[in-house]
Design a protein around this ligand. Sequence first.
Ligand code: NAP
Length: 302
Amino acid sequence: MAGRRSVTEAQLIDGKAIAAEVRATVAQRVAALKASDNLTPGLAVVLVGEDPASQIYVRNKGKQTVAAGMQSFELKLPAETSQDDLLIRVAALNADPAVHGILVQMPLPGHLDENAVVNAIHPDKDVDGLHPVNAGRLSLGEDGLAPCTPQGCMILLDRAGATLEGATAVVIGRSKLVGKPMAQLLLGANATVTMAHSRTRYLADVCRSADVLVAAVGRPEMVRGDWIKPGATVIDVGMNRLDPPYGGKAKLVGDVAFDEAAGVARAITPVPGGVGPMTIACLLSNTVTAACRQAGIAVPSV
Ligand code: NAP
């Protein structure tokens, strides 16, 4: 839950603890589905090639899927897998009734067309929320599967007690994975939303108008303390690895200069331990949602 740091007046939004709560809720829902409907949600993760970071992500996803009581299917394919072969594998997962969610780990090796692969996943099994049908449903305010990281940010905002209705929200970044769906979710919660990006003029001034500021840029500590409106809630999605100049352990920093911002904001996420842990928790939650919809069962809320 939220805690305090001595360097700051801001409430620290503890993503690690909140993600653990979400995973525990998901595990309860899974146990209830097994008991009441004999339904075990299943998540398939496809990994092509041997990218070390992707291997770690896939392993963590598998572990957490099993820990939540769900079935985990891991499909590891060689880096030289052809586009046709990969599409055949995705089609088989689409047709498999034990698989309710499919995630293809990105990035794919350069010879593969990522958009074509995402588009081949059945929208009802697209637990990453990246299929155009799900992006469309989100923008129309219809039930679909929303991308996991922005969903996690919405849960953090809720747990931090941020008022969204009527609030001015600024999202920096317009990627299809984070920025765009984040803006749609905030709009759906009745915030007044501005989406900023690399061509935005007077970005610091735009940010200073925000009651809720979400940074999803990928530029270490770009958002300074004097960009923050006093009392704002700040969600830092950025994960930037800084290698020290003379060797030693790399440091992970966000897109927000934490110490500066924490002196001005009402509440803020740390990096690491803020948004990061929420992504897999929301992937598990999306898998339960997908399984319920496919079985015609009411979807429990997390
Ligand atoms: P992305 O696809 O590279 O998008 C970055 C966005 O930032 C783009 O829209 C870009 O604008 C904008 N931008 C770049 N430089 C800017 C500047 N100087 N001023 C304003 N906007 C600028 O990145 P992403 O996938 O959305 O990820 C963003 C960050 O979040 C990365 O650090 C990533 O590692 C992190 N991330 C974390 C999680 C998690 O689980 N915690 C998940 C996903 C991503 P243009 O569109 O104009 O180029």
